[in-house]
Design a protein around this ligand. Structure first.
Ligand SMILES: [Zn+2]
Length: 212
């Protein structure tokens, strides 16, 4: 009898081990939680936008870097992108936002008034989607909400230096308790910075007046 129960125990334990081996993630993982750090190694990002590009390229491909993961999160948007950034001069990120715009995905961008007029700012290129915070203190947030359910936040500004030189961090999550306060904050800032409400020039008007 004891031999029989030992054999039974062993079989149960083996089945448990096998189950955990076969389905390890689905059981314990829960909503997306991902952290990545910068600076990141240089890798090709162009093929994310044009996978069939015939042009030769010397940069490493099919490399999973912090930056390609960040771009992947942005490009994964299928219904909306809400973006709140102090500085936005990174061309790859600008192309990602424009690619979503071309796909007809609604985009809202909040940025700092002082920073939009700095050389290299990409806000002008996507100005119709944007509103500026022109308060007396800086709008120093850096977060994005993709499809109203995926939050990307951290120290990283959307600049070239931040991505390839600075030590920065990014957290991506779909944990509702973390995502919802950011959606509320964005909505509040979006309403507060409505140009019609503030009687202040929108980014579109501001940029237009600069061009003239
Ligand atoms: Zn390439």
């Amino acid at each position: 009898f004891s031999l029989y129960s030992v054999a039974l125990t062993l079989i149960v334990e083996w089945l448990g081990w096998l189950f955990c081996r076969l389905w390890p993630r689905k059981i314990s993982r829960g909503p997306l939680k991902e952290v990545f750090f910068f600076p990141t190694e240089v890798a090709c990002t162009e093929r994310l936008f044009t996978p069939d590009s015939p042009f030769p390229c010397p940069l490493p491909h099919n490399v999973n870097t912090s930056f390609t993961r960040l771009l992947g999160h942005i490009l994964s948007a299928s219904s909306s992108l809400d973006l709140c950034v102090f500085a936005f001069t990174n061309l790859d990120l600008s192309w990602a936002v424009l690619a979503l715009h071309t796909r007809g995905i609604p985009i809202r961008i909040l940025t700092d008034m002082d920073y939009t007029l700095i050389t290299g700012s990409q806000i002008g290129a996507i100005r119709r989607a944007g509103r500026c915070d022109s308060g007396t203190v800086h709008m120093h947030h850096m977060f994005a909400v993709v499809d109203g359910r995926r939050l990307i936040t951290g120290s990283l500004n959307w600049t070239l230096t931040a991505i390839h030189s600075n030590k920065e961090n990014i957290l991506a999550t779909e944990e509702p308790d973390l995502v919802l306060p950011f959606i509320t904050e964005f909505q509040m800032l979006w309403v507060v910075n409505d140009p019609a409400r503030k009687h202040l020039p929108s980014i579109a008007e501001k940029t237009a007046s600069l061009v003239q």
